[in-house]
Design a protein around this ligand. Structure first.
Ligand SMILES: *Cc1c(COP(=O)(O)O)cnc(C)c1O
Length: 231
């Protein structure tokens, strides 16, 4: 079941790329496996999934030792500074950097271990009160401050769009973030790469791809409904 779903979503990713005239190799499908048992992750792995997204450090710590070692773990949930130590070196990319203070902690832990940790800045484009992330107006300043950390490398931006019935309602959000992403990319600041734009979930990933996403994070569409709604 999970394998079929994964392949179906992968196909939809490819179709969205085709519609947008994009190379499907530019878009990574992240299987968001939070709350799901390792058996289901294994099924997705068998179908070809190598990128998995989790929103709790504890779940990454439990799952990574018992699953194939070529899996890339993406930390996509709000990260507390006191958990940074546990996730540095395990997550291939931290999508949810939402404060300079958090980036400073990642710098500290990465420096201790002589690592450079790839991160994305989370942007709350719609300025929803319930969500984490920088407002667009604050993001450039934050980028400048975080770019000064030598053991953190800014790979791009992430957003969680509002929960809407019709994905089209989020098109403007995605378009706005893509425009900002391109503007920043063109400035070519040191240690700011803008290779990754992580946006789009089960309900709106196709629209996000049409608007320039390079990573989409799909949970429900692959693994089915979760017990309770998270984030
Ligand atoms: C849970 C989650 C997703 C996946 O959501 P679905 O609607 O189940 O696809 C994507 N991104 C983040 C940050 C999440 O927490």
């Amino acid at each position: 079941m999970v394998a079929e779903k994964y392949l179906e979503i992968q196909k939809r990713v490819e179709n969205a790329c085709a519609r947008a005239g994009r190379d499907p190799g530019e878009v990574t499908l992240i299987a968001v496996s939070k709350t799901k048992p390792v058996g289901m992750l294994n099924e997705a792995y068998q179908a070809g999934a190598r990128d998995f997204g989790e929103n709790k450090v504890q779940e990454i710590l439990e799952k990574y030792p018992v699953l194939p070692q070529d899996i890339r773990w993406h930390m996509i949930g709000h990260l507390q500074t006191n958990k940074v130590r546990q996730v540095v070196g395990k997550a291939c990319l931290i999508h949810s950097v939402d404060s300079v203070k958090l980036a400073a902690e990642i710098e500290k832990e990465s420096s201790k271990r002589n690592l450079v940790t790839p991160i994305l800045l989370e942007v709350n484009v719609a300025e929803e009160e319930s969500k984490f992330g920088f407002h667009l107006s604050e993001t450039e300043q934050a980028l400048t401050e975080i770019a000064a950390f030598p053991h953190v490398s800014i790979q791009g931006l992430m957003t969680i769009a509002p929960f809407v019935k019709d994905a089209e309602e989020n098109r403007q959000i995605f378009r706005k973030l893509y425009q900002f992403f391109i503007d920043i990319k063109q400035k070519k600041a040191d240690n700011v790469y803008m290779n990754v734009l992580s946006m789009g979930m089960t309900g709106d990933f196709e629209v996000a791809i049409e608007e320039g996403a390079t990573m989409v994070r799909v949970g429900t569409g692959i693994f089915g409904e979760r017990e309770k709604r998270e984030n």
